[in-house]
Design a protein around this ligand. Structure first.
Ligand code: PAF
Length: 274
């Protein structure tokens, strides 16, 4: 695996490499990322990963400084997964001057996670656009665990006519159902034992809807009450239309249940499609 940090070096390394498939990450790689790397191979000739902890998508009181940085381990995992090229820029490589031109997503950036993380999706859309301009991939893979992120990137790519196929990868889970995430490492032993409750509740909502329950607000409120009673601090549990994350008009269209809740200081997100 070849590793580049300078934009110019990466660009020359990617000349004449056929169809480029790209998997951007912020590092601290787990089986969810590795599954995306393995799926990437089916979409092109050269698999490119990136590792960059993007300051622009973190709020002032979020975990940018403590976000786990495990570069040596990550490189070993990427090489073992057959990644051809790793782009690992420093902040000076990617943001040599203040990033004043940004990509501003529409109203979808202000709902669900966007409501609780103002500016987050602007930061994501901006860095992903910049990474796309550098790597110039034919296809790019993103995990479905970050469902709203995947939708923002899909819509952005389509509306700005970027010639890139966006592929969503299924969420990879621990045996007890907890969605794999770099932030799981922040959980204490007790919190880790409690954490699967989030996915259990999402499943209960899905089962209730499948069995004919149509009162989505009641289902959301019940799940929030159970989480909070078990010591969580819940930002939202929301049943939405898969197509646009709008409030559902009924329960017959394809739906997705999304949740974000805090255990101690760790904010976990998850979702399940219906
Ligand atoms: O999902 C992530 O890890 C990040 O949001 C991404 C897409 C790499 C942009 O920094």
């Amino acid at each position: 695996m070849h590793i580049h940090s300078a934009i110019a070096d990466l660009r020359s390394a990617l000349k004449n490499r056929g169809r480029i498939v790209f998997v951007p990450t912020m590092g601290n790689l787990h089986a969810g990322h590795i599954s995306l790397m393995e799926q990437a191979r089916a979409h092109g000739d050269t698999v490119v990963a990136s590792i960059f902890v993007n300051r622009l998508q973190f709020g002032p009181n979020e975990d940018f400084d403590k976000y786990p940085r495990t570069f040596a381990d990550d490189c070993a995992k990427l090489a073992a997964a057959g990644v051809d090229v790793l782009f690992a820029p420093t902040e000076a490589d990617l943001y040599p001057e203040p990033q004043e031109y940004v990509v501003e997503p529409p109203a979808i950036q202000n709902v669900l996670d966007g409501e609780f993380r103002p500016g987050h999706f602007r930061g994501v859309a901006t860095v992903v656009t910049k990474l796309f301009n550098i790597v110039r991939p034919d296809a790019a893979l993103f995990g479905k665990k970050d469902y709203q992120q995947l939708m923002v990137i899909r819509n952005m790519t389509r509306q700005l006519a970027m010639p890139i196929a966006i592929v969503g990868g299924e969420t990879v889970r621990a045996a007890d159902g907890l969605a794999l995430s770099s932030r799981n490492g922040y959980l204490s032993e007790t919190e880790r034992a409690e954490a699967p409750r989030l996915y259990r509740l999402l499943n209960e909502i899905r089962d209730a809807i499948r069995q004919g329950e149509a009162d989505t607000l009641k289902l959301e409120e019940k799940a929030i009450a159970e989480l909070n009673a078990a010591g969580w601090k819940t930002d939202y549990v929301a049943i939405r239309q898969q197509a646009d994350l709008a409030m559902p008009k009924g329960v017959n269209a394809p739906l997705v249940v999304l949740a974000a809740s805090r255990l101690g200081t760790t904010r976990l997100i998850d979702n399940i499609e219906i």
